[in-house]
Design a binder for this molecule. Structure first.
Ligand code: GDD
Ligand code: MG
Length: 360
């Protein structure tokens, strides 16, 4: 039996304006709630018991995933009254674990899309005899992550969460958000108060001489914590770059969900996803974008690397690139929206109201 704790709570609400009634893990990526990809990958790797550790709106997960049988899993839910931090959430889940004190327990951050070979990760953990193993990946700019330098044998020498001082930027290896804990170390996390696994547990274990082992690889890896990353991840799932058994349908340039209507002259490329009951007008061109359910993209609109919220409307000939249009928002015809702009849920932009390029 292999058990996993999936962390899906906390204050990570950066997508909240887009999804007022739905927490981030339930926003569809490649047509299904993002969490379904992580659960399906865990199941495919032999995990059979998952504890979902949540701290907000927990009641949206259970109606969708239930007892997990459809995914070949047994899923249980544990809700914190106040967010307990990553370490507190892991500790809070411990009462539902069935593993013996020496057994390996997987822990996953709930916002990561990765091709990690979960079986190999657990096997490497067991072979090394480590107390905790950490999946590590290399990124160009490590500052927004936990930095994890290792020695020649892959043993972790320090854990520096989101360092600010330049002298602390000692490696491009970061915590990729998947761990294997020896069960007894989960039980040893202090209970009943907020604990950060990154700022308290890992540095504390290292100071006490525990064996933390890093496993670096170059497989697909993305933290979906921003809307832009979310759109990228969704497209990569559709394109097959990010492997997931939960993608509904074959991987390819596009994914059009049943009940969506796409005009014959519309062009969908780069892993674009069209959600249920969405309407895509004649001559519209969409690349690397996610259109959620019930949204309307009018004729001639050009949408690139953007997220169009549920029941939102994009007017005719409007050009949208690297943008987020909130649920039910309406962008009138002939607008031009670019990099990083977020149109709030329910907002309405009149026709021809915004442009970036010159009038010439
Ligand atoms: N249940 C529960 N309770 N879950 C929590 C809590 C909490 O209080 N706080 C955070 N989480 C969950 C989040 O939902 C997310 O799935 C995961 O723990 C990590 O939290 P984030 O808020 O997304 O952290 P981060 O992205 O800034 O940093 C973390 O991930 C990086 C990799 O993406 C850290 O683990 C870094 O060290 C790591 O590099
Ligand atoms: Mg994150």
């Amino acid at each position: 039996m292999t058990e996993a704790i999936l962390l899906v709570g906390g204050k990570g609400t950066r997508l909240r304006p887009l999804t007022v009634h739905t927490p981030k893990p339930m926003v569809p990526a490649a047509g299904v709630p993002f969490l379904a990809h992580q659960l399906a990958r865990a199941s495919a790797a032999g995990v059979d018991h998952v504890v979902l550790a949540t701290s907000y709106l927990a009641d949206v997960f259970e109606p969708y995933f239930g007892d997990g049988a459809a995914l070949g899993l047994h899923i249980e839910y544990v809700t914190e009254h106040e967010p307990l931090g990553t370490g507190g959430a892991i500790r809070n889940a411990a009462s539902l674990l069935r593993s013996a004190p020496g057994d390996p327990v997987l822990v996953f951050n709930g916002d990561i899309l990765t091709g990690l070979d979960i079986r190999a990760f657990v096997a490497a953990h067991t072979a090394s005899g480590a107390d905790v193993s950490l999946h590590l990946t290399r990124v160009a700019d490590p500052r927004a992550y936990g930095l994890v330098p290792t020695d020649a044998d892959g043993r972790v020498t320090a854990f520096l969460e989101k360092p600010t001082a330049p002298e602390e930027i000692v490696t491009d290896q970061i915590n990729a958000g998947a761990y294997v804990f020896r069960r007894s170390l989960v039980d040893a996390i202090p209970g009943g108060r907020p604990v950060s696994v990154e700022r308290e547990v890992f540095p504390g274990l290292l100071a006490a001489g525990a064996h933390l082992q890093g496993m670096v690889d170059a497989t697909y890896w993305l933290d979906l914590g921003t809307p832009q990353a979310f759109v990228r991840g969704s497209a990569d799932l559709v394109l097959g770059r990010a492997p997931s058994p939960a993608v509904p349908g074959r991987c390819g340039d596009r994914l059009v969900l049943p009940t969506a209507e796409v005009a014959p002259g519309a062009k969908l490329t780069g892993g674009t996803v069209i959600g249920e009951r969405a309407l895509i007008g004649e001559g519209a061109r969409l690349t690397g974008s996610t259109v959620l359910s019930g949204a309307v993209v009018e004729p001639g609109a050009v949408v690139t690397d953007s997220l169009i919220g549920a029941h939102a409307r994009v007017g005719a000939r409007t050009v949208i690139s690297g943008a987020v249009v909130g649920d039910r928002a309406s962008v009138g015809a002939d607008n031009e929206l670019r990099a990083g702009i977020r149109i709030w849920c329910d907002a309405a932009l009149p026709p021809g109201a915004v442009r970036f390029s010159s009038d010439a």
